[in-house]
Design a protein around this ligand. Structure first.
Ligand SMILES: Nc1nc2c(ncn2[C@@H]2O[C@H](COP(=O)(O)OP(=O)(O)OP(=O)(O)O)[C@@H](O)[C@H]2O)c(=O)[nH]1
Length: 323
């Protein structure tokens, strides 16, 4: 596994100086800056920077503000409407009394007329009040709706940041949890096929040891890019571990998956990573498992992992199918 991002600048500087002395390089400002920047960009698959976490929190705060505003608007609207309802009810009661008095001729017509006029004024002003409250609330609600739309966009962006492996751009394991459930449900609903493949780079430690961890990182990026190029757009690539990738092949059975992996093997064989003028060959082992009717996504991934284990033990550079 790669080391977590050292967020403390002093710690980064210490590591940069150590790496320089390991390589016998003089600590010139250029050398130092190059190593410092390279270390800053190293990230563990699951680690997130303080800034990324802060972004996520900001969205939560905005959401909290919008919910608070919505609560205030709704409360204002309800209290105003209930006040107006009480006034209307009073007016209707008085109207009934005036009608009865008029029918029994117990009140002179001029008095009835004056009372009716008063009541009408009350009803008009209450209706006017209700109308202006509804108009204001309508515009407040529109503002809140716009805020919520922005929050939705922020959430989608944050989700992407939180579920993406910063080094390779593949999904991280958090992202896998979410998508695996979705794809398994979709496959079961549509009676479709779904296959998981786990690939693990062979002898990767030797690449790190020989060319440094930073070059190892670039080899991982290279591998992720080659894999993305071989996959269909609907397929899903996940950084499953340090030097392990998981691929979810949608609408594909294990035979189709084996074909895709053969193609990937061909492509990686023909496209070594070039470090200056040196070729770094990338080889991998793979385990394949197709979703069964009676299992969930995790069980499928576990079977792919077991198949990978067999591929590793049978000499590496091979693909094994799960039982
Ligand atoms: N550069 C780099 N190396 C990593 C990263 N994550 C894990 N590794 C390295 O991957 C290597 C994995 O070593 P091993 O588990 O022994 O596997 P291997 O050397 O690939 O050998 P086999 O899998 O048995 O073929 C270790 O040296 C880890 O430090 C990473 O993010 N970047």
């Amino acid at each position: 596994m790669s080391s977590a991002t050292p967020v403390n600048p002093v710690e980064i500087a210490r590591i940069a100086l150590k790496r320089l002395s390991e390589r016998g390089l003089p600590p010139t400002p250029e050398n130092y800056a190059q190593f410092y920047n390279a270390i800053v960009t190293i990230k563990a698959p699951e680690s997130k920077t303080a800034t990324e976490m802060q972004l996520a929190w900001q969205v939560l705060y905005k959401l909290d503000d919008a919910a608070h505003d919505m609560g205030e608007v709704t409360e204002g609207l309800l209290s105003n409407l209930s006040g107006s309802t009480a006034v209307m009810q009073d007016s209707l009661g008085s109207l009934q009394a005036v009608r009865e008095a008029h029918a029994s001729q117990s009140v002179p017509p001029e008095e009835t007329h004056a009372t009716l006029e008063d009541l009408l004024n009350v009803v008009i002003s209450t209706t006017h009040n209700v109308h202006s409250t509804v108009t204001t609330s309508h515009s407040d609600l529109q503002t809140i709706r716009d805020s919520i739309r922005h929050i939705e966009e922020d959430l989608a962006f944050n989700r992407k940041v939180l579920e993406q492996d910063a080094l390779t751009g593949a999904l991280n394991r958090q992202g896998l949890d979410h998508l695996l459930m979705r794809e398994v449900k979709r496959a079961q609903r549509n009676d479709a096929r779904l296959t998981a493949v786990i690939i693990d780079l062979d002898e990767f430690k030797a690449i790190n040891d020989r060319f440094t961890h930073l070059v190892g990182d670039q080899v991982l990026v290279h591998m992720a890019n080659l894999t993305k190029a071989v996959l269909r757009e609907s397929d899903i690539l996940v950084r499953y571990g340090g030097e392990e990738f998981l691929i979810l092949l949608v609408d594909t059975d294990s035979k189709g998956a084996a074909y895709v992996i053969d193609r990937l093997r061909l492509v990686t064989g023909r496209t070594p990573y070039m470090h200056h003028a040196q070729r770094i060959e990338v080889r991998f082992s793979a385990g394949i498992a197709q979703l069964r009717n009676d299992e969930n996504g995790r069980a499928m991934v576990l079977r792919a992992d077991e198949a990978l284990y067999r591929a590793k033990n049978s000499g590496r550079g091979k693909t094994e199918m799960a039982d």
